[in-house]
Design a binder for this molecule. Structure first.
Ligand SMILES: Nc1nc2c(ncn2[C@@H]2O[C@H](COP(=O)(O)OP(=O)(O)O)[C@@H](O)[C@H]2O)c(=O)[nH]1
Ligand SMILES: [Mg+2]
Length: 222
């Protein structure tokens, strides 16, 4: 079993080297695919230090997280894909637990839920926005998940490739969730740790992405 770690990156000069180091240390057979999505803060220079160790794809201009993941997916050679954000909000030492339900044949899709253990919360808007998105997902798709917007999403490669993803931005999450459920796959959640960062630390997602997420969940339902 080979794991493909996709890391979408946009202007993360303070954290990208550390997250690549942490992912590299995980004792699993894996490839790391980084997509530098038009960064202009020096992230590109940092990534050059890792040439040979990670596969780096460079977008000359910023296209969005969804576009970056779709581009990386064309290069994936592993059997299982995990999406890894380039900040330090999630902890790669939890990969083994995240992979277990797929490796044991229980499911094809795993989400790491931040709400199944006592994690610090990001600000109220993010936290309650996330709860709302999860409840709406459950209502529209008959699912039973607690963290739709989690960064830790794990898929059998063939499943992710079959979803025909179209989105460019942060709608990646609701699009992938909607299609996975619509096509009848079960999402198994595993509790994960969460170390929320603020806008001053480079967080890019904003309230408008929450509105787009709601619209995206409706769009693929009907
Ligand atoms: N490729 C790409 N990645 C992005 C973009 N915006 C944010 N990201 C990455 O997506 C991840 C999550 O971003 P973040 O702002 O922390 O949002 P959150 O973790 O989903 O709340 C980080 O790794 C960012 O570098 C973008 O425009 N393009
Ligand atoms: Mg983040």
């Amino acid at each position: 079993m080979k794991l493909s770690v996709i890391i979408p990156v946009y202007n993360e000069k303070d954290t990208v080297a550390e997250i690549i180091r942490r992912v590299s240390e995980i004792p699993l057979e894996k490839e790391i695919i980084v997509v530098d999505d038009g960064s202009n803060d020096g992230t590109g220079e940092i990534l050059r230090q890792f040439s040979g160790k990670v596969k780096t794809i460079v977008h000359s201009e910023n296209k969005g997280k969804g576009a970056a993941i779709r581009r990386a997916l064309c290069e994936v050679k592993g059997d299982i894909v995990i999406i890894q954000d380039a900040d330090l909000e999630y902890d790669p030492s939890e990969y083994e637990r995240l992979l277990e339900p797929i490796l044991s044949g229980q499911t094809d899709v795993v989400y790491g839920s931040r709400n199944l253990k006592g994690n610090p919360r990001s600000n109220h808007a993010f936290y309650f926005g996330g709860v709302l998105l999860s409840k709406l997902t459950n209502l529209l798709y008959g699912a039973d998940i607690t963290d739709e917007a989690t960064g830790y999403k794990v898929f059998k490669t063939e499943v992710l490739k079959s979803l025909n993803l179209r989105c460019n931005g942060f709608e990646f999450c609701p699009e992938v969730t909607a299609k996975v459920l619509k096509y009848g796959y079960k999402i198994v959640e595993v509790p994960v740790s969460y170390y929320p960062r603020g806008f001053d630390e480079g967080k890019k997602i904003c309230w408008l992405d929450g509105v787009k997420a709601i619209l995206t969940l409706f769009k693929y339902r009907f």
